[in-house]
Design a protein. Structure first.
Length: 134
């Protein structure tokens, strides 16, 4: 959204339709204690999330390039699955990718909501992430 706040397009008891732009995700990812100084920029490309910025986590530091996808876990969480991560133009070790995923996931947890919708689908259409519930 224009004010860097994530917004819902509709919500009813036990039902959520959520739409987010790449800018929304840049804002969301940049709010973490470890990520706020990483200058993360998000693009959506061919049903994937593409994140660039300046990596400052664990023992590594330098330009980063991440490609991943979203998946629903336990019907109440959205996770980022990293397909590839390069730091300083080199592939990150699998252990760094695993630690990063453990640190940032879940991206969203509906058990924190006032109601507990069961997530049904997460997908990228053009420049929008769409999340729906049952």
């Amino acid at each position: 959204t224009a004010e860097n706040e994530l917004g819902f397009t509709g919500a009813r008891t036990q039902e959520v339709n959520f739409v987010a732009s790449p800018e929304d995700f840049s804002f969301l990812l940049g709010r973490g204690n470890d990520t706020k100084k990483m200058n993360l920029k998000v693009k959506f490309e061919e049903n994937k999330i593409h994140v660039t910025g300046h990596w400052k986590l664990f023992v590594f530091q330098g330009p980063m390039d991440l490609v991943g996808s979203f998946r629903i876990a336990n019907s109440d969480q959205v996770h980022l699955v990293v397909d590839s991560l390069k730091i300083n133009d080199r592939n990150a070790p699998p252990s760094v990718i695993r630690q990063f995923q453990e640190k940032i996931n879940p991206l969203m947890d509906t058990s924190d909501f006032l109601f507990s919708p069961k997530l049904r689908m997460v997908k990228i259409e053009g420049q929008r992430l769409i999340l729906t519930s049952e």
